[in-house]
Design a protein around this ligand. Sequence first.
Ligand code: NAD
Length: 317
Amino acid sequence: MRRIEATHSRPRKGHRASLEEVDRDIRSFRESSGARRLVLLNTASTETYQKLGDVHETLKGFEQGLDRDDDRITPSMLYAHAALRQQVPVVNCTPSHAVDIPALLEMAEEMRVPVAGRDLKTGQTLLKTILAPGLKARALGLAGWYSTNILGNRDGEVLDDPECLRTKEESKLAALRGILEPELYPELYGDFVHRVRIDYYPPRKDNKEAWDNVDIFGWLGYPMQIKINFLCRDSILAAPLALDLLLLSDLAQRSGLRGAQDWLSLYFKSPTVKNGRPIHDLMAQRHAWEDGVRRIAGWRNNGRNGNGRNGKASRPR
Ligand SMILES: NC(=O)c1ccc[n+]([C@@H]2O[C@H](COP(=O)([O-])OP(=O)(O)OC[C@H]3O[C@@H](n4cnc5c(N)ncnc54)[C@H](O)[C@@H]3O)[C@@H](O)[C@H]2O)c1
């Protein structure tokens, strides 16, 4: 990123040398803390937009990219690689790709490490994934969804750079299409316009304010509008998700799960999943989460009546 200055940076010595340093940091943290199990949570600033290319495709290609210091390999990918090498689960709370590239997902499977991401779902996208399934259930059409928000913390300062904002936009835009399935309902959702704006506005600090204007249409194509004004606190919304993810990733590791953890999609704007087809609907994500916990606990999936605590269950993906 370009909008903030690093105060504790290390001189750039190349990817392999950086990996060794992160590797040493993880080991020394393990020793000094006395912790037997670790989880790496990526909560670093959003990186500038990175279009994925051949170096991100396979683990072999990625390793070769490390050797030649390929600049398409970003710091968040290096952190993820170092953690996976030590079989530390990785959670990506940010919109940066980090572990969410085919090469590192392959490594997670190979090293038998669970991973989850991308970009915590805390504000406007959370509301979108609550409201959009309701509109769809009632077959209300969507002409457009305009979202704008202001925030004044350091995250907002970093996102003031258009190249970082582009990374964030990419993760924010996917949810509506995933939920509304325009390919199945072209008359209702084939043509909607979706815009997302974020403005850095220092006086508000960590108190974010978000506005949504939703242009819907009903019977006979009659146009109507919904307005949402969400006044929220970024850290209060994000911190409990980070804590849940820390505990659940460790649980996944202890249960022998590996690779992308689809059942943790509930927490993310742009979920990292095994088959490349994420679920965005919040209630569907919540059911997948419950099923995941039940299966780890060995409880039968009981059609979510909440009363079956016996029988064998298959493990979550
Ligand atoms: N509600 C939320 O807080 C929320 C929701 C979803 C996603 N996120 C994402 O989480 C990330 C962090 O948000 P925040 O509000 O905590 O930001 P922040 O600016 O308060 O903290 C980010 C920290 O990362 C550090 N950093 C930057 N590059 C680094 C690097 N290469 N290595 C190590 N540290 C580095 C920065 O110096 C800073 O201390 C952002 O990507 C943000 O978009 C936050």
